[in-house]
Design a protein around this ligand. Sequence first.
Ligand code: 9MR
Length: 554
Amino acid sequence: RMNQLGFYPNAPKMAIVVTKDSADAGFTIVSANNNKVVYSGKLSALEHSSNSSLQTRSADFSKFKTPGKYFVAVKGVANSYPFTISKNVNYVAAVASLKGYYYQRVSMPLYEKYAGKWARPAGHPDTSVLVHASAATTERPEGTVISCPGGWYDAGDYNKYVVNSGITMGTLLSAYEDFSGYFDTLKTNIPEEGNGVPDILNEVIYNLRWMLTMQDPNDGGVYNKCTNAAFDGMVMPGVTKLPRYVVQKGTGATLDFAAVTAQAARILKKFSAQLPGLADSCEKAALAAWQWALKNPNVRYDQNAINKQFSPKITTGGYGDFRFVDEGCWAAAELFATTKDGQYLYELRKYINDPMTLPNWGNVYGLGIYTLLRNSKTLDLSSPETEMLKKKVLSFASAYVEAIPSNAFKTVMGKSKADFNWGSNSNAANQGIALINAYLISKDKKYLDAALTNLDYILGRNATGFCFLTGVGTKSTMNPHHRQSVADGIVEPVPGLLAGGPNPGRQDGCKYEFLEPETCYLDESCSYASNEIAINWNAPMVYLANAIEALQGN
Ligand code: 9MR
């Protein structure tokens, strides 16, 4: 098991052999061109994984640095897939994961020029969306028709959820903020390319313009989602014509929206010549959303409760968060970084000392911490506060670094069984982001090397042996729970999409071959609990893969 793309000349290089054989057979690196052995080494002692019954031995060939194409050979086991040692070895994955968003665009046709064989007509137009009974107000009573076009489909399903767009957009915008020089020249072959705006931002803006339509201009509150009443079948985008609704506004959605629009305002200011008015609109939207949330600090999206009261019943994804302290912290951090207004700092100081947590859709605290650190030079934080924030991220990341040696796959991912849940691959990627932030703060290479272990995990150095990014690597996810990939009649799935990954919860009820935490993955389209794709999982992959490319290039 190894990163199926390969390795950077000057970075750590490791392959994992799953075996029960404790005899010291050694391993060799063999040139794929002429079958000559170019390096030989000893395998580590046999180890028992703590996340499954697998036993492993590792082959460390970090010392071998010559660019080329090779495979690993170990007596008694099949040779590895061919891999490359080269300078920009993960670039393909980095660009593909970003391009993945283009294929999720809802309301425009994907032309062959950009989409290749995955070209398709536009999906849902979403220009006549109904205000659901749960969202009715005096100004917009039930059945009011509003227009919410564009945006990305959330996942394998055809709905658009503000909460999940929140962390997704925050992560992508942060990738740009942290590595703007790198992204300024990165092209993904999308229709906007060459308009003077970097493609990562062009892609983000497609979803941003949709998000802006999800705010009720009458009060600043933000609807939780734009959705069908029930999930569509496994058909192509836009084939079904069932009514679309916006549902109840919520504190989580509104604060996430405030954070995203505040961050977008800050970043897009630089492009106001190309995007007149957009940064200003975003800032205005953010301020109004923040005000709504101050007046409505605790409005949950509790779909079961809503369905008892209103019809039609809505049974699509809930993203039903019920704790909004972290969303408040993130929104305050973005608003403070953008406006420098002390009222947001006042709010922030209520949570700034909380312990660091790994971001996920329901917990965005860390996004706020990263933003404060990234902008600390221009912000009016006290120096003990900045030091405290640095320490918080560094000690969080250090615990990850320290976990690697005892992990049978020598990755950060899998430091505990709890890493393997619904969307586990996003944990691997988000751990990588925490480590990259620690590296940016400290310039200590141990954090960068540790982040790379998780990119290696996602691209193949894991118990399943799969590369989880579609279209990349030798043995990658082929049958994601992704409606277009199922319905389009093309063997290869839509490329650049990250599968959820091992999840012993098995909430889909599919028949799994392996049941242990790190092996419980099923490459079948029925498996929405281990093999769906989702925008909030792709985003940390975009961050991690591109950050590593940006940093290894130096
Ligand atoms: O990612 C979400 C996961 O954390 C939840 O446990 C799960 C069940 O509520 O839902 C996941 O999100 C799904 C969403 O509800 C609908 N679109 C597809 C998402 C990925 O499976």
